[in-house]
Design a protein around this ligand. Structure first.
Ligand code: PLP
Length: 438
């Protein structure tokens, strides 16, 4: 360590240094607090439902790495698995048994994944699934839904919700549509964006429809009855593939993810977050007839130096080992209590809100109606979110620093933790109302 490094012990000091060397001071835009203002906290360590910042302050964390953590931070079973794996080497460039075990585990929970390919992020999973669908159908067009985020690959950023919404809304960057500067027109020429929760009419030029079966990047928007089944029917009618992006819903909504919960089977599924136990794993899988067109069996190329990494697969297997039926009941029960409690506390303070809950997922919409699409989601009061975010953070509760993100209560958020969150929410709401931020 240089003396410079040792001297920096404040969040502001670290952020200042970070901005000198990392664009915006962060390695993923939402972390920079641009949507809520202020200085990001730098995490020093974490345990269970808590993180500690660079100043030694303990925060009750509802971010949980945007859903990559489900059993609480530094869960001993996962930490031990990673430590044991690391002692055996960190990457080989040759196959390992744990890759087979993780793929088998995914297939046992999500039977539609007859074949699974491991990658290193959710972005890679969706990007590869698109190529797979295009290669398998020989068609180019893809259909995505406004407000659905599928990672940062070129063809999927248009109207992608999450932090992309902030770039699209920024008057200083009028050329940023579709989603980002630097995306060539050609890369999105075959991307069609349609409203969420409406079944589009397809034609025979469409390779695939990709959807978040429960949308979790425009707040939380559940599929209306018939939407997912309608997509299945419409894809079948024209011979397009249906891709479920279960990077958030997979292994979190329940054992078999959204496809099990809603009884609709996609051709391809994408995963990430939970299946890496906090390390870098993504996966895509589907029917053998489609997946077997991947290299080395078929002509669709996809590869990765660190794919199926031995630490990441160890962490993922350990995380999944904690997720039995009882765990999903606990997760859903905790999320329901949290969601109902937040809605009650905010409403009691006079803040109009809707707090949708779907399994273990909790949204926070600062408006009168539960949204069903991106237009509805964007009616959330973003200034009020920023005020509430800071009022909570000042009192030791961390939400994600963006109005379109959701809350990720996990197994570490037991009844006592939820009670603590709810009493802080009540206090914060009163404080926000008192200063007239609403
Ligand atoms: N798909 C969905 C639904 C996501 O929420 C995300 C990330 O938040 C991704 C894909 C991209 O995953 P990653 O950030 O691991 O690349």
């Amino acid at each position: 360590m240089t003396s410079d490094v040792a001297a920096t012990t404040t969040n502001a000091g670290l952020f200042a240094r970070a901005q000198e060397v990392i664009p915006g001071g962060v390695n993923s835009p939402v972390r920079a607090f641009r949507a809520v203002g202020g200085t990001p906290y730098f995490v020093q360590r974490a345990l269970g439902p808590h993180v500690w910042d660079a100043e030694g302050r303990r925060l009750l964390d509802l971010v949980q790495s945007y859903g990559a953590i489900i059993a609480g931070h530094a869960h001993p079973v996962i930490v031990e698995a990673i430590q044991a794996a690391a002692a055996g080497g960190t990457s080989y460039g040759a196959p390992t048994e744990r890759e087979v075990l993780l793929a088998e585990e995914i297939r046992s929970r999500v039977p539609a994944c007859e074949r699974v390919r491991l990658v290193s992020s959710g972005t890679e999973a969706t990007m590869s699934a698109l190529r797979m669908a295009r290669g398998a159908t020989g068609r180019d067009r893809i259909v995505k839904f406004a407000g659905n985020y599928h990672g940062h690959s070129d063809s999927l950023l248009a109207e992608a919700g999450s932090a992309v919404a902030l770039i699209e809304a920024d008057p200083d960057h009028p050329t940023a549509v579709p989603g980002s500067a630097g995306v060539p027109a050609g890369a999105v020429a075959d991307t069609v964006v349609v409203p969420y929760n409406q079944v589009p009419t397809l034609d025979e030029t469409v390779a695939c429809v990709i959807v978040e079966p429960v949308a979790a990047n425009m707040g939380l928007v559940a599929p209306v009855p018939g939407f997912l089944a309608g997509l299945r029917r419409e894809c079948d009618r024209v011979g397009a593939l249906l891709i479920f992006d279960e990077v958030i819903t997979g292994f979190r909504l329940g054992r078999g993810g959204a496809q099990e919960r809603y009884g609709v089977t996609p051709d391809l599924s994408c995963f990430g977050k939970v299946i890496g136990g906090g390390l870098n794993v993504g996966a895509f899988g589907g029917r053998a007839a489609v997946m077997d067109q991947l290299a080395p069996l078929g002509p669709v190329y996809q590869a990765g130096t660190l794919s199926g990494n031995p630490l990441a697969t160890a962490a993922g297997l350990a995380a999944l080992s904690l997720l039995d039926a009882e765990a999903y009941d606990t997760l859903a029960g905790g999320a329901a209590r949290l969601g109902q409690g937040i809605e009650a506390a905010l409403t009691a303070a006079g803040i109009g809100c809707r707090v949708p809950v779907e399994g273990a997922l909790v949204g926070l919409h600062l408006g009168a109606e539960v949204p069903v699409d991106y237009d509805g989601a964007r009616t959330t009061d973003t200034a009020l979110y920023a005020a509430l975010f800071h009022a909570l953070l000042d009192r030791g509760v961390a939400l994600a620093p963006g109005p379109y993100e959701i809350l990720f209560p996990g197994l570490a958020h037991d009844d006592d933790v939820v009670d603590e969150v709810l009493s802080v929410v009540a206090e914060a709401a009163t404080a926000v109302v008192a200063v007239g931020a609403r």
